[in-house]
Ligand binder design. Sequence first.
Ligand code: ZN
Length: 151
Amino acid sequence: MMVCPECGATLPDGVTCETEFHQMLFWEGENPANWAVHHLTVLCYHLQHPHLYSSDGLAGGLQLLTTFVRDGISPAEVRRTSRDKVNSKNRNWKITARPDSKGAYAHPPTWTIRTVDVVVRGSDRYCDSVREWAQSVYDSIKDAGNSTATS
Ligand SMILES: [Zn+2]
């Protein structure tokens, strides 16, 4: 067994959160119905591994999670209403980490559902599992005392 240094997941030998993430993307490609939660999968994976983000990217990711989970707004709606913002300000975001800017939480959350838990539940329950995962990520971040929105 191995422990993910970033999210604390206990993983079987030869498995990383990244390979679990790729398994989920494979299920999305394999079954179009699973594609419905793609935006949540990408967000949750990155939010649980914040070093993949720059600090601006992490703040933006948190805001997006709040929009999806707390406000129940769909990705299509987000694209429609934030088009101006995306085109101007947000395009200048450096979403991915760079040496001088890596995402980190002021108060590191304790996760209750991680990549491995979603994969263990299988592809048949994938959409439900991912929605539950997204809610738990949101709750964990908030419960740890982090601000979940930047505005
Ligand atoms: Zn991990």
